[in-house]
Design a protein around this ligand. Sequence first.
Ligand SMILES: NC(=O)C1=CN([C@@H]2O[C@H](COP(=O)(O)OP(=O)(O)OC[C@H]3O[C@@H](n4cnc5c(N)ncnc54)[C@H](OP(=O)(O)O)[C@@H]3O)[C@@H](O)[C@H]2O)C=CC1
Ligand SMILES: O=CCc1c[nH]c2ccccc12
Length: 290
Amino acid sequence: MVRLSFTLNDGNKFPWLAFGTGTALYNKEAKDAVIQAIKHGVTHLDGAQVYGNEESIGDAIVESGVDRSTLFVTTKLWTVPAGQTVRESFEESLRKLKLDYVDLFLIHSPQNHQDLKSVWKELEAFKKEGKAKSIGVSNFRIVDLEAILPGAEFVPAVNQIEYHPYVFKATKPLLDFLKKHNITVASYGGLTPAFRFKDGPLDPVLKKIAKRLGESRGKPVTEGQVLQVWLRQQGVVAVSTTSKAERLQEYLDVETLPDLTTEEIEEINAEGSKVHHRVFMKWIDDDAKL
Ligand SMILES: NC(=O)C1=CN([C@@H]2O[C@H](COP(=O)(O)OP(=O)(O)OC[C@H]3O[C@@H](n4cnc5c(N)ncnc54)[C@H](OP(=O)(O)O)[C@@H]3O)[C@@H](O)[C@H]2O)C=CC1
Ligand SMILES: O=CCc1c[nH]c2ccccc12
């Protein structure tokens, strides 16, 4: 069972590990995978309208039999189709999820909206009505946050972004901005250096740290787990996913691993900064003003 959570700027708790439904499960029936995650002790589900599977997440929540209040459910606004309002789109998500509130509602991408300020106002109304306990954004750069912050009633609680050591250098100015505004980071793509871009400069460092942690706890530790500790230690939520029960347990076990040393963190940041590999939303790199 996930016990560790971070506290958002609105006081709500944000469990450190989220089970994602957007990559391997994109446009797929997600019910069985989500039930498996819940049964293993995952409490935080990361969905989105564009993943095309909100209904099966709703089915999984019902069939799992767990008390809804023990779960943290996120979904995200994609585009607002012509003839539909943001409210109608949000309410359709609630219907599909079979929920009367979500824990977190995010604007999925700033690229999908002409007027971010007016969309943010709509999200603020959902929060005031209690239909979204927290509200936030995803894939927002500094420039996008600067578009909504002046006059906002609520500062976004979360920015969900691609975050791992191979985008560390490019993301640093945004991280500093988020810290200044007390906006919590949720990381997707966090395992990228462990398998999408293996054999990069981080490889020996991750191996070395995994070996040290494995020896100290008497059970092997993977490079992926080292990356997730690196996130956890920064107060960043890991949005990950897997189809495999044993990998799910590996993610859950990260909670029991000790912190990395300052030197280890510095080494990861330094080696990670030697290359740049962004997997998703590559347009973010088109704009120098991260
Ligand atoms: N807001 C946004 O724009 C975005 C949000 N997301 C969200 O984040 C979630 C997670 O994203 P994702 O990038 O997949 O997260 P991760 O980077 O954590 O990768 C998870 C994937 O890694 C695979 N994996 C883990 N360890 C290994 C290994 N050692 N060797 C090979 N494969 C491995 C898993 O596959 P396996 O099933 O084999 O274990 C799983 O598919 C998404 O489902 C979605 O909810 C994702 C992208 C964009
Ligand atoms: O959330 C980002 C990842 C993702 C998975 N499927 C789609 C489809 C369209 C946009 C983004 C995504």
